[in-house]
Design a protein around this ligand. Sequence first.
Ligand code: UDP
Length: 489
Amino acid sequence: MNPNSNQLHFILIPLLAQGHMIPMIDIAYRLAEQHKVVSLVTTPLNAARNSESIQRAAESGLQIRVIQIPFECRKVGLPEGCENLDIIPSCDLIRNFYKAMHEMQRPLEEKLQKLSPPASCIISDKCISWTSQTAEKFKIPRIVFHGMSCFSLLASHNIKLHNAHLAVASSTEPFSVPGMPYDIQIAKQQLPGSFVALPDLEDIRDQMQEAESSAFGVVVNTFSDLEHQCIDYYKKAINKRVWCTGPVSLCHKETKNKFVRGNKASISDANCLEWLNNIKPRSAIYVCLGSQCRLITSQLIELALGLEASNHPFIWAIKTGDKWTELENWLVESKFEDRVKERGLLIKGWAPQMLILSHPSTRGFLTHCGWNSTIESISCGIPMITWPQFAEQFLNEKQVVEVLKIGVRVGVDIPVRFGDEEKVGALVNRHDITSAVNILMDEGEEAEKRRKRAKRLEEMAKKAVTAGGSSENDLSLLIQDIGNSLYSV
Ligand code: UDP
């Protein structure tokens, strides 16, 4: 190993979206635990959301710093304070959002000039292409972070390479994904947004692709035992270094650390724990459709009624976005909370997801299949009900249900992309929800087998991130590769 590697300084630049920032902060923890200096680049609002998490890292002696750069909302035509994709009011503003992120380049480079120890490496979100110019200027490697599994990265890579999605007559007709270790069928309409033509964002996508092709390597939040064949195939497909260092969320061992992760929770830790401690072990279903959920009120009402009819204890994390008042009115008028108060807990806003998933009272997770939620559930041994909505979530559903066999589909085939929510309408009715919950939570043989497989994966996940485990080894290798790359310059 390079004798100077203790001085390595990693610059982490996440996309300003919860599903991208949270795992990047977990990666910061993992690197800092290896005695590396880490600087997280973000904006004031996002720094505030994560201040307690960073503060706790500092108190435990981890060298995680924050480089704060103002976000130029007004200059690019965004509403003031619109510093995270979860509060952007319309999909028409995504281009402006990227512009504001690009505005961060110059002030960041000025700060990097004065940094001590100097920057050794940039770990950049795939979506931030200008970081490749920054890395070049500072003559340091740039590593890409996608926030997805190797299964979905490989599937998307192969579909694009072979244009497999263009060989089908309709968007609903399933086709086989080429070059996978197992047969996977998917319909064109279920593919990630990158397969959908968006003329307004095409140039931004091309820049991301170009930046990725020149990257030093890719870091993935996964672990070898979970998808080793896909990892091998993916490494060959992209012909780059791939380090699999997950599940990164397992870096938080203390309850308080799990509680403060990602944002200020909309419930106190005492209340959340009291509720969980007062129900039977392994009895509750946790319901959360991610940080970007914009489902319409009629769909959320069906979800509420489906949970009520299932008769299982539940925790439902509801995003309080722009349509919140409508749902809040329904909750009041229907006295829903009164009706379910013996066994239902509603968290209106941010839920401490890792704390809930890792609690012994949790038995199942109804998820939108964002990769973070998926791997967090796996890391806690919790089987899932899958309700994919957009991005690569339908691919994640395939992995959970068909490959890992730890999930039950709620039964959606149609995506709900940002801006299409009203047009698509309610896709899942209360009976679908009740039935999926009952199948997952059941005592029968199939449900037991599913739980056993999930438990086995949890054990493998925990092993991967302990000394000598595959993810620990990959993390050491990543650090070593960066040390060597600087030494050889
Ligand atoms: N999350 C959370 N509380 C919430 C909503 C989300 O802690 O109320 C966290 C969750 O644990 C995960 C991230 O936010 O780490 C969401 O990422 P994911 O990839 O699952 O979905 P996205 O929000 O990007 O669609």
